[in-house]
Design a protein around this ligand. Sequence first.
Ligand code: UTP
Length: 278
Amino acid sequence: MFEHAQTSVIPVAGLGTRLLPLTRGIPKELLPLGRLPVLQHVVDEMSEVGVTSQVLVTSQRKTAIRQYVESAEESHGNAFQFVDQSHQKGLGHAVLCAREMVANKPFFVALGDAVIKRDAEQESLCERMRRLCVAENADAAIAFHQVPLSRVSRYGVAKPQPGFKAGDTFFLLSDLIEKPPQELAPSRYAIAARYLCKPDLFSYLQKTTPGSGGEIQLTDALQAWLKDGAKILGVPLTASEKRFDIGNFESYYAAALEYALADQEFGPALAEQFGVKN
Ligand code: UTP
């Protein structure tokens, strides 16, 4: 089933309140990272794993996103569909809005405000997730990155099944906890903005009631699915992969710097100007 995952759901309807006042004028998904907006990095990452149908969950407040995608569409050969999330009820709700367009096929979820930077020679994270889902006959895979214990309370955090060792390419997930306080965190593995799921996820999203922050959380639906016996893989990022979240200034600045320094034309001079090792 997963061999044929050719659809991505990219939620881009969030309010972007942590980036105010910037996001009053520009959706965070269109902020520049190097020479491309964040969203273009995400769309390209999906195209590279053979995704041909990209479903963008948008909001009427963020018309610039649709304008950008429609003007760039021809040159990238992708088929885009748009679905409106009229009220920002959370990430889980945003994904549920794409249900009809995804229909009964496996699909990726890629957060529109997060990029995964990698070594171009390596198999990409999403390709690895797909390969592991096929090999392990799993129901879903979720990407994870390790964060300091002091930051676990910002993320959905994994509880891996016993036996997992650092360096393993995946673990079986036994539970997922949304934004746990430090002392209750089951690990330091935080969800890293990429998911691959069988469409069964939608029935769990449908049943999910508002959780943390009054929002319908994707993590809660995945947790309910796990409780019903779903086989969900945790796929850690490798040492050469970095996840950048654009949702707050601290990590947006880090991402913008990283991409500017990687610019072939201007990166080396910038590094010299600011005394950064490149
Ligand atoms: P975030 O929770 O980081 O985005 O969602 P947000 O709600 O915009 O953040 P703040 O707290 O107001 O700063 C991650 C991704 O999911 C989308 C966002 O656009 C972002 O790309 N999202 C989030 C939706 O599409 N709908 C939602 O209801 C929430």
